[in-house]
Design a protein around this ligand. Structure first.
Ligand code: CA
Length: 229
């Protein structure tokens, strides 16, 4: 179920929005104050945020900036609710970076159509965010990995290791390089760690794991293109 976070201080409007968004088969969560908005967005990572421009504590513009600055929420679609027409260029422009806006007063029907459109647009973008190599697919946004469409439970490090190898396919990655880019060079970590993780990753990937080549004494590489492709 898709989740919409409503950030709005007018209680009457919040009830109407909640009622209608729930009625369209989505989960509606609410932040009445700007300070709660960022906390809720980080905790729930909703599919879309309805963000009122005029809030009593923090402005919608400032909230949008904070969301964009945090990698966890940087990609969240923002639909801004604005009382004035004059700010629109700023709102959807580079400065604030909202994806769309409606000007108050708006019809609920119109707003629901905009929500539908924005969620559709975002889903298409997400579909493109899949990193693929043969049967292996990584959802880089959702931090999930799949082999032949079946999800494989990988740890954060295993996922990062696989991602780096696929992004640099065809190129040899030395252990030192992998330690630097995947483990960020923690001092307690040795090149053995890379070997251990590669082995575990191979096991978890099943047949697709054969694509992870060992270059003896040096490092690892994933082939330029999948076998049989
Ligand atoms: Ca308001």
């Amino acid at each position: 179920m898709q989740t919409v976070l409503i950030v709005e201080d007018e209680a009457d409007l919040v009830s109407v929005l909640q009622y209608n968004i729930s009625g369209s088969g989505r989960r509606a969560i609410v932040a009445l104050r700007g300070a709660d908005a960022v906390v809720q967005a980080r905790e729930h990572v909703p599919d879309l945020i309805l963000l009122d421009l005029m809030l009593p504590d923090v402005s919608g513009v400032e909230i949008a900036r904070q969301l964009r600055a945090d990698p966890r929420t940087a990609q969240l679609p923002i639909l801004m609710l604005s009382a004035r027409g004059g700010d629109i260029d700023r709102i959807v422009g580079f400065e604030v970076g909202a994806d769309d806006y409606v000007t108050k007063p708006f019809s609920v029907r119109e707003l629901l159509l905009r929500i539908d459109a924005l969620l559709r647009r975002t889903r298409r973008t997400e579909a493109r965010a899949l990193l693929r190599f043969g049967d292996i697919a990584i959802d880089t946004e959702g931090h999930r990995a799949f082999v032949g469409g079946e999800e494989v439970a990988l740890t954060r490090l295993e996922l990062q290791l696989l991602r780096v190898l696929i992004e640099r396919k065809g190129r040899l990655q030395t252990r030192a390089r992998l330690l630097e880019d995947v483990w960020r060079l923690s001092p307690e970590i040795t090149s053995r760690t890379v070997d251990t993780h590669i082995n575990r990753l191979r096991q978890k990937l099943g047949a697709a794991g054969a694509a992870l080549e060992t270059v003896r004494g040096v490092g690892y590489r994933i082939a330029e293109s999948p076998a049989g492709a």
